[in-house]
Write a new protein. Structure first.
Length: 471
């Protein structure tokens, strides 16, 4: 059961989020929504400068910008969390949300947190880290958000051909294994675009098979509200599963069809509905071109699966063995046809909203993988990473602890609480001022009475002396 945030902590969080919200609003476009191509990446970083490190890749030739928390000197973390940011490339925000959850549970000395940034601008290692002794060029994915979300190679540099974003995640898993020898658990997590990349990586990477890394450390993958998913066969939800009116947590799809069958009414999207990244078609050696999205992902995939004839079944078997859980917002129901999420023809076959797509995918995985039961939960709210990182499953899997009720900086509920807090502050200030005035007046009055008493006493003594003289 979600824990209640203590009142003082809630008030502090509200003020912090109001300031964060104002900052985020400055990056917003398209009528106030953060667009897919907007980027919050800055080199050097605006925030968490002391947490910015450069993790070397390709034998030190290039690096990936990373925000890192590690325990105090002499402490040995037992949990490593690798968090994948959203389309805004706002790694600093994700770092803040993950470490806030960590701090809420008092696990700062038990946890190492890495948040890589899939940058779109040039960045040098010394500039990013604030330390000139580090050299090297930062890798970037400058062509589009989907370049890194779908696993394509980073931009070329000279004779270097770039690196798949999926390989970057694999390398970070190996990084924490190498640098932190007491790990008992590794968690890879992502929300929105980060969940899209995390899901596709979990399908193709050998890491996490049978619930462990390749070196045997237990691994859990926690994903929240991806805009689109990747199906493991040609089947898609039947038209009855994508109705606009059927868009709540009670939604349950039980019918899946092949768009090529003449008996159904599903679109085939010009015969391309199952091409990667919404399906796994087009990743065999014979159908890929070097330097393209599917060519880059096929290169990554075939490092681990050499025989195309074994590709489909190997991916299914490996995926079904992983410790993978999902979280969805029960109000994440904005229409993808209105630009709220991926609206490609192949994506629209998955559902009309993120919530509907997520629930359809849970039903599909159970339908297509014999004996497999997908694990998922919901949080109350819409498409907000703050709610995901406060949610039950993320905190359970990452910290073996419960979630909590998160108060959003721009929600009416929190605005009401903020107004009440400010009103309470004004009232308290008024009462304090009133008490001060009363005490000051009382002190002045008492002083006056004491002075008057002394004056009267002196008058009485003078009268007595006068009478004594007359006698």
């Amino acid at each position: 059961k979600p824990q209640k945030t203590p009142p003082k902590a809630m008030a502090r969080q509200m003020l912090q989020r109001v300031l964060a919200g104002v900052s985020l609003a400055a990056c917003c476009t398209r009528g106030g929504a953060l667009s897919d191509e907007s980027s919050a990446f800055h080199c050097p970083p605006f925030t968490y400068q002391d947490k910015a490190i450069a993790v070397e890749l390709a034998d030190g030739r290039v690096f990936i910008p990373v925000y890192r928390h590690e325990p105090a000197l002499g402490k040995h973390p037992t949990t490593a969390i690798i968090a994948l940011h959203g389309a805004g490339r706002d790694g600093d925000s994700y770092f803040g949300w993950v470490t806030s959850a960590m701090n809420n549970h008092g696990l700062q000395d038990d946890t190492v947190v890495l948040v890589p940034v899939f940058a779109d601008e040039d960045c040098e290692a010394g500039v990013w880290s604030g330390n000139d002794k580090y050299t090297g060029e930062g890798i970037k994915w400058s062509h589009s958000t989907r370049q890194w979300v779908f696993g394509q190679r980073s931009d070329k540099s000279g004779d270097w051909q770039g690196i798949s974003s999926y390989q970057v995640i694999d390398d970070l898993v190996q990084y924490v294994e190498l640098h932190y020898k007491h790990l008992q658990k590794i968690v890879v997590t992502g929300f929105s675009a980060g969940a899209q990349m995390g899901l596709r990586w979990s399908i193709f990477s050998p890491q996490g098979t049978q619930g462990t890394t390749l070196s045997g450390i237990p691994m859990t993958i926690v994903l929240g509200s991806p805009s689109s998913v990747t199906y493991l066969s040609k089947s898609r939800p039947a038209p009855s599963c994508t109705l606009s009116r059927d868009n709540n947590m009670d939604h349950n799809c039980t019918d899946f069809e092949d768009p090529e069958d003449d008996d159904n009414r599903l679109k085939t999207c010009g015969g391309k509905w199952d091409l990667y990244a919404f399906g796994i078609e087009g990743l065999d050696w014979d159908n890929t071109k070097p330097g393209t999205l599917r060519g880059d992902v096929a290169d990554y995939l075939h490092k681990y699966i050499k025989d195309d004839n074994l590709l489909d079944q190997t991916l299914k078997d490996r995926f079904a063995s992983k410790d993978l859980v999902f979280q969805f917002g029960d109000q994440d129901t904005k229409d993808c046809r209105k630009g709220e999420c991926a609206d490609d023809c192949a994506a629209m076959l998955e559902g009309n909203t993120r919530l509907q797509r997520g629930l359809n995918y849970m039903s599909y995985l159970k339908w297509t993988l014999p004996g497999y039961t997908p694990e998922y939960s919901v949080f109350h709210g819409g498409h907000r990473p703050e709610l995901f990182f406060a949610g039950e499953y993320f905190n359970l899997k990452a910290f073996n602890a419960g979630g909590w009720d998160e108060c959003l900086w721009d929600s009416l509920e929190c605005l009401s609480l903020l107004v009440k807090a400010l009103s309470g502050g004004v009232l308290l200030l008024s009462l304090s001022s009133g008490a001060c005035v009363y005490l000051c007046m009382k002190a002045h009055r008492d002083k006056h009475y004491i002075k008057l008493h002394h004056e009267r006493a002196e008058d009485v003594e003078a009268a007595r002396r006068l009478l004594k003289v007359e006698k």
